[in-house]
Design a binder for this molecule. Structure first.
Ligand SMILES: Nc1ncnc2c1ncn2[C@@H]1O[C@H](COP(=O)(O)OP(=O)(O)OP(=O)(O)O)[C@@H](O)[C@H]1O
Ligand SMILES: [Mg+2]
Length: 229
């Protein structure tokens, strides 16, 4: 089933956080989800060892350049959604995962450095497309935004994406304590209820909107591919 890869050469862009928010939200909604932890730091694996993950969510660790393609194939044959969390580097493992993706999500925070790194990542996606002779859909996800204000720098970055026809998800992931707390307490956002985390309801809503937009994007892409065929 669809393979959604989180990738950016920028360390700390928000890949692992967004991948786990998406995976746990879809799993809480009843879908079977496998997250492949393809970062040697194995932070997703660490999270999976804490209590509270739903039975619909499976975490597969230990991916290497040699095994990543088999791990994605195996996961795609069993789970409704496969999510791949990649290391913040350009490597053969990153190219392999991108080549098998139905959607590559590139997290970007509101800085020009992140925007430039996103452009580099799109270059890598385009080269992978050329090698494989297959269209690889991608989108930018703006993350760690301030829910109260829209800084001019971010406006400027969004405008430059628009001018270059780079797709950007309408939903932005805000900077929320809940998105950090998941990794301290373990489990999903829903499981954090009653732990005194601020703004839980808005964090869950924001995450649900993000998951819904990703699912809609996958549906739109599939419909478009069918039309072309
Ligand atoms: N939406 C968010 N709200 C609050 N904190 C966030 C959010 N997104 C990321 N963070 C924090 O920012 C830091 C970097 O995030 P994360 O580890 O997800 O990035 P990454 O792109 O996976 O990094 P790496 O390149 O090292 O794998 C972490 O401390 C994480 O808790
Ligand atoms: Mg990471």
């Amino acid at each position: 089933m669809p393979v959604i890869t989180f990738s950016s050469p920028k360390g700390g862009a928000g890949k692992t956080t967004a991948a786990c928010i998406l995976g746990s939200m879809l799993a809480e909604q009843g879908a079977t989800v496998t997250i492949i932890d393809a970062d040697p730091n194995q932070f997703v694996q660490e999270w999976s060892q804490l209590p509270g993950l739903p039975p619909t969510l499976r975490i597969v660790g230990g991916a290497t350049e040699e095994t990543i393609m088999d791990k994605i194939d195996e996961a795609a044959s069993t789970a409704a959604f496969v999510i791949v969390d990649l290391e913040g580097v350009a490597s053969l493992m990153v190219s392999h995962a991108i080549s098998m993706s139905d959607l590559v999500v590139i997290p970007v925070q509101g800085s020009q450095f992140d925007a430039s790194q996103a452009a580099r990542q799109i270059g890598l996606i385009k080269r992978t497309e050329r090698r494989g002779g297959r269209n690889i859909p991608y989108t930018v996800l703006v993350t760690r935004t301030n829910p109260a204000i829209m800084p001019n720098t971010l406006k400027h970055i969004l405008l430059s994406f628009e001018e270059r026809a780079i797709p950007v998800l309408k939903t932005r992931l805000c900077d929320r304590e809940a998105y950090r707390a998941m990794f301290s307490y373990g489990g999903t956002l829903q499981g954090l209820a009653g732990k005194g985390i601020s703004n839980m309801a808005v964090a869950i809503n924001n995450a649900a909107e993000f998951a819904a937009e990703i699912v809609q994007r996958l549906r739109d892409d599939r419909a478009q591919t069918k039309q072309v065929a």
